[in-house]
Design a protein around this ligand. Sequence first.
Ligand code: DXP
Length: 270
Amino acid sequence: MSDVQNKQDTWNIYGTEISSRLLIGSALYPSPSIMEDSIKSSGAEVVTLSLRRQSPESGGGNAFWQHIKDLGMKILPNTAGCHSIQEAVTLAQMSREIFETDWVKLELVGDEYNLQPDPIDLVKATEILINDGFKVLPYCTDDLVICRHLVELGCEVLMPWGAPIGTGKGLLNPYALSAIRHRFPQTTLIVDAGLGMPSHAVQALELGYDAVLLNSAVAQAQDPVLMAKAFKAAVEAGRYGYMAGSMPEKDVANPSTPTLGMPFWHQENS
Ligand SMILES: CC(=O)[C@@H](O)[C@H](O)COP(=O)(O)O
């Protein structure tokens, strides 16, 4: 029996072993209790949150942060909403103090239209944070060369986008995501953002990605708790599919039922 069936099929974030291949966000839920139930249903072990977005003025602050800590999950602070290197670095440092973790999902908005990460400042901020002792998980575009720069700086995890945040469009460029997977076989790869339906998560895992991170697809579903369950099943299905290995694709139809042994009357009449 393969590891995946034995449930020993883990992956890691900078050496920390993780089983669930779904990472989940903590924003935009209709209520705190739906958030909690959804996160639990998702089976995720890692939850991400932003100090900036979840400030006291927007319903966040100490009580919210404590609520997240009480879930007993691994916390991945993110720098969502930061537009400059200095802003992102300062927020990462504050998050390290508050959540007692050196992990940071580095988000640096480069353009308001599609919230695309600024590839140049992302690389610069990553370097500063790594030199400051952080374990950086950069949210980046699916650009192979930017990914190479990030890996060369020492990133052991990359989080290329599936589609712009909150769009639910799924994997817009499977070719680019697949090229990153092939180019960096040793790097932990997580498709982050833009997923809308469980089939998108299946596709990411089938490409060999280690995990997916999402927020809107669950938080903004008609039934967030049920959608969380659906994504839990989807990452498992995608991973099984990847591990099983696909059949060779063919251009010409190939009958799956052999004609030999057809009933006598059919052979007579054909
Ligand atoms: C929560 C978070 O970190 C988002 O910035 C993330 O990128 C998820 O994006 P979606 O909301 O599109 O899933």
